[in-house]
Ligand binder design. Structure first.
Ligand code: L34
Length: 290
């Protein structure tokens, strides 16, 4: 056999998420003993197949830890007003501790308005302006699930963050921006690159930790990565042949990195784990009476 040296440790997000689930189940049981069943309202608009898959994974994960999920599926023809009315009802429902409106929403829906209508104390996605602001000033209330999941993976692998060079590729509100803020809060030196960045490689090559959330298959090639870097691949791309891949050339980069996350089975399952975490947290706050 030819000596294929794959040097990077593959971070198994599925396994980390599973381990978290055991602790989460215990917390849910403790809540139930106090008469509180954590409830998550899951709102899915339209028939985007990827969204439907992610939402069904979320619903299953809720079941696995004992969170009651309440699904609200609506055709893409739902009006802005109808959606806002639904959110108002969920805000007022004491059995609902978390409200998740799966993104993206159809273009005729005013996403910003929808997210700002969610009661901040039920905003388990952390997308409400109040929660975004809290994150900016270093008071995480509900940290957004995907970057929160990345932080947990780094922690799980005991990867130091303080003083390290981190490059985040992608500047979205869901991933890139909150990711950068969470890493800054841990005293990393953070650079954010995006679609308009010229010569991406000159930045990525400096990264001790490289987080990629751009939605472009094979955006990150081995020559763009420093030897021994930690590479976190947040991208999920469906190729025409049906294969699901990230933004990183996994084959090549795993020979150079010290750690790498796979797609699927890396960050995706952690996003779901952190949604459960935030929902349980919300129910715990309710049980404590604040
Ligand atoms: N409101 N919208 C809201 N909150 C979120 O946190 C999300 N996100 C992103 C899209 N829209 C959202 C998700 O839920 C991405 N995302 C998400 C959730 C789950 C998975 C991937 C993305 C997931 O289950 N991934 C699996 C399967 C991948 C596949 O086969 O497609 C994985 O192993 O990566």
């Amino acid at each position: 056999m030819k000596a294929e040296q794959s040097t990077a440790k593959i971070i198994d997000g599925k396994a980390v998420a599973r381990a978290m689930r055991d602790k989460q189940r215990a917390r849910v049981e403790a809540l139930m003993a106090k008469g509180v069943t954590p409830g998550l309202a899951v709102v899915l608009v339209g028939d985007n197949p990827a969204s439907a898959l992610y939402v069904s994974n979320k619903v299953k994960a809720c079941e696995a830890v004992g969170i009651k999920s309440i699904s609200h599926r609506h055709p893409a023809t739902i009006t802005n007003e109808e959606l806002l009315v639904l959110i108002g009802k969920l805000n007022a429902d004491p059995n609902v501790h978390g409200i998740l409106v799966q993104l993206p929403l159809p273009p005729h829906i005013d996403m910003a308005k929808v997210l700002e209508t969610i009661a901040p104390e039920k905003d388990v996605d952390g997308f409400h302006l109040y929660n975004v602001g809290a994150l900016v000033v270093g008071r995480q209330i509900f940290p957004p699930c995907t970057p929160y999941g990345v932080m947990n993976l780094l922690e799980h692998e005991n990867i130091p963050i303080e003083g390290r060079n981190v490059v985040v590729v992608g500047a979205s509100n869901i991933v890139g921006k909150p990711m950068a803020l969470m890493l800054m809060a841990r005293d990393a030196t953070v650079a954010i690159c995006h679609a308009k960045t010229r010569d991406l490689a000159q930045f990525t090559i400096l990264a001790d930790i490289l987080v990629v959330a751009a939605g472009v298959p094979k955006l990150i090639l081995p020559q763009m990565v420093k030897t021994g870097a930690v590479v976190i691949d947040v991208g999920i791309n469906r190729l025409p042949n049906g294969k699901v891949v990230g933004d990183v050339d996994f084959e090549g980069v795993s020979k150079k990195a010290s750690y790498i996350t796979p797609v699927p089975g890396g960050v995706g399952p952690m996003t779901i784990a952190m949604l459960l975490e935030n929902t349980i947290q919300s129910a715990e706050r309710t049980a404590e009476g604040h």
